[in-house]
Structures are given as C-alpha cells and as structure tokens.
Write a protein that binds this ligand. Structure first.
Ligand SMILES: *Cc1c(COP(=O)(O)O)cnc(C)c1O
Length: 375
C-alpha cells in the first residue's frame, strides 16, 4: 500500500454504485471514549439498549466451560442450541437458523432472496441495519412514514408492488419502542400477497410479551414470515453475537446454503444454550426494566419532557429540533451520561434512552433535571 501512488479513480471502478453510496454504521459512543474526551471517571451508557445487569450468569458459565474447546471448529449445524430452541418454541429443528446476532441472519436473508431489481419496503424510522443491508444488495428500499411514531401496516400494504420481495417489520420498533397489535398484524397478513416475505424483527419480544395485544409471532406461524430474535438484549450477550431465526423449513433450508458454515462461534452457541435456561436472569432483567420504565415515565412527566410509552428496554424522547438534541447530547456527555441522538435513525429531533439499573436511571434523571433548570 503506497498512498503516494494510490489512484482512487481506478479502484472506484471496482466498487458498484450502490456500495459507494452507503455510509458506514455509526454506533453509540463507547464509555472509554467519553471518559477520555471529557476527562471523567463515572460514565453511564444508556445508548445502545444493552442489558445493564451484564450477561446472563448461566451464559457466562457455559462460555467458561467451553473455553478449552476453542481450538476446534464449531458445530456447523448448531444442533444443540437449535434443538433447545425448537423444544422451547414447539417447532422443528429445521425451522431454526442460528447467526452472528439477528443482524447476521438478516444479511443471510438479503443474500438468499434479493436480486438487483427486487424491492424491499420499510419505514422511515426503524433499525438502520436493515436498510443498509438491503441497499448493499438491491435498490434503495421504499420507505413508508411511521404514523405517530408507530408502524402503519395499512400504509405499508398500500405500497406493495409486483416487484416487492421483502417487507421489514420491527415489533416493538427500535428506536420508538412502540408496537403493532395482533389485530393489526392479522389484517396486514390478510392483505399481503403470498409471494412477499416478511422479516419480523422481534429483538425485544421478551420485554413486549407482557402486553396482552402484542402478537408473539411464535403463536402465528405464517409461511411467509421469518421471525428474528436475539440473545443480545434481554440476555445481555450483545458482544457475543448470537441470534436465531424461525421460519418454514423450506426457507430455512435455503438460508442454510448461504450461512457461513462456522457461524456462530462455539462460544456463542454455548452462551445461547446457557442463556436459554437462565429464567432467573430473564426475570431479574424484566423486573429491573419495569421498575426503570415507570420511574422514567414519572420523572419525564415532572420535567415536561415529551416521551412515548415503550414495550421495550428503551424510551423515545421527542424534542423541538436537532439543534436542541445536539446541545442536550453534549450537556449529558459532560456529566457522564450517554444517550442516543436519533439522526441516524431518521429522527433528528429525538433521542433514545436505554432503561438501565435504577442507579443509572437516577443519574440520568439528575442530569436531565439540571438541563431543565430544576437541578
Ligand atoms: C439490537 C437490534 C438488533 C441486533 O441484534 P443482534 O442480534 O445483536 O444482531 C436487531 N434488530 C433490532 C431492532 C435491534 O434493536
């Protein structure tokens, strides 16, 4: 590599237009960066919907037990974890695919089904990973606006064309925390042509399950629906990269042709198995989340902050404009609180705060009180 002779134009010809147009993903600021930049010790990160309780203890134990086996290749079929998941959800092993997080599976889906002229449909403010992966494969997705920060499934159905191949639904939606109901999903699937695939991203379903009208897609096996779930959020394993997809065995069989044989890693598979048995940890997580959620609601109301009720482990805050968001973001960083501005998600006037431990939530509220002039 010689920077003096590098001729970018020559190499640019190697890169298709639809890749050149992409922007790399920008994640939430890591703790160490804020510590270094602002010279502060204590930093609370409530920016990436991670589990503030840390990883599932049983998952950690399972990882420890497999450490000495890491010189061997992982089981390409991931049979142990797939069997455990099949048993848990009352489906066949052939209905399940594992991946490096649910994002890994999303990329398998894109590579398996999408061709140049295919269209995908999504909404203007949702998980960005999907849009980027779709755009790296086919044309830019058709974007339907949210309606009052909720998925408008009727509007999405109105946008289906002959060329539509995949519809991406996120329930509950990241970053808004809102969800669509069982009745809304029923009505949507009723209207949808059978040849259109639905990616139903349920990264937060563990948190949403307590709402009676939340459609748990496992009780809803439709042939055209691919459900995506993950151990990253409720089980605190975001750094391990383990997720799973559930669909008809014909679809899963084709995804398995594309899957990188040795993904997910052996440690990731073991972690998933451990986590799945860790009901105690899940309960602790859900209890912490409920308590934090109610606390935030109460405090946001006191501070007159505009928020949306959530079915997830994060809350959407709506502000006047992007300028206010950027000032608040900086104000909070200086006080060691990281929350997420949502410009990259298509909501420049909004922020998203992850529900953490009560100690973290309180420090966040203290800083927000100061911001609102009531410190
Ligand atoms: C966090 C998140 C994911 C990514 O999950 P991984 O399993 O870590 O890849 C997928 N979808 C949504 C909506 C998310 O918020």
């Amino acid at each position: 590599m010689n920077n003096n002779t590098f001729d970018q134009e020559t190499f640019a010809q190697l890169i298709p237009d639809y890749i050149q147009r992409l922007n790399p993903y920008v994640a939430g600021k890591p703790i160490w960066e804020v510590q270094a930049e602002y010279g502060i010790e204590r930093v609370d990160k409530l920016a990436s919907n991670e589990n503030s309780l840390g990883p599932s203890h049983r998952a950690l134990e399972a990882i420890r037990q497999r450490l000495s086996e890491t010189y061997r290749y992982p089981d390409t079929a991931g049979l142990k974890l797939r069997s455990a998941l099949a048993k848990r959800f009352g489906v066949k092993v052939d209905n399940i695919v594992l991946g490096n997080g649910s994002e890994g599976i999303m990329s398998y889906i894109m590579r398996t089904f999408l061709q140049q002229d295919d269209q995908v449909i999504s909404v203007d403010a949702t998980f960005v990973g999907f849009k980027v992966m779709a755009q790296a494969r086919a044309e830019a997705p058709i974007i339907v606006p949210l309606s009052d920060y909720r998925f408008d499934l009727q509007a999405i159905a109105d946008h289906i064309t002959e060329r539509t191949k995949i519809v991406y639904l996120c329930n509950p939606n990241n970053p808004t925390g809102t969800y669509f109901t069982d009745k809304e999903l029923d009505a949507f699937l009723e209207r949808l042509p059978k040849r259109v695939l639905v990616i139903l991203d349920e990264a937060y379903f563990e948190f949403a399950q307590e709402f009676p009208d939340y459609p748990d897609s496992m009780c809803y096996r439709h042939d055209q629906v691919i459900t995506l779930r993950t151990f990253s959020k409720a089980y605190g394993l975001a750094g391990v990269r383990i997720g799973y997809g559930i669909a008809h065995e014909y679809l899963i069989g084709n995804l398995m042709k594309i899957k990188l044989p040795f993904e997910p890693s052996d440690l990731a598979q073991a972690a998933g198995l451990g986590a799945l048995e860790d009901e105690e940890f899940l309960e602790q997580t859900l209890t912490m989340n409920r308590e934090g959620r109610e606390y935030f609601y109460k405090e946001f109301e006191r501070l007159d902050l505009h928020y949306y009720r959530t079915a997830s482990n994060f809350i959407l805050l709506v502000f006047k404009d992007e300028e206010e968001v950027m000032r608040l973001h900086d104000f909070l960083l200086r006080r060691g609180v990281i929350i997420r501005p949502l410009k990259g998600f298509g909501l420049p006037h909004c922020m998203r705060v992850t529900i953490g431990t009560m100690a973290e939530n309180r420090r966040c509220i203290l800083a927000l009180r100061e911001w609102c002039g009531r410190g």
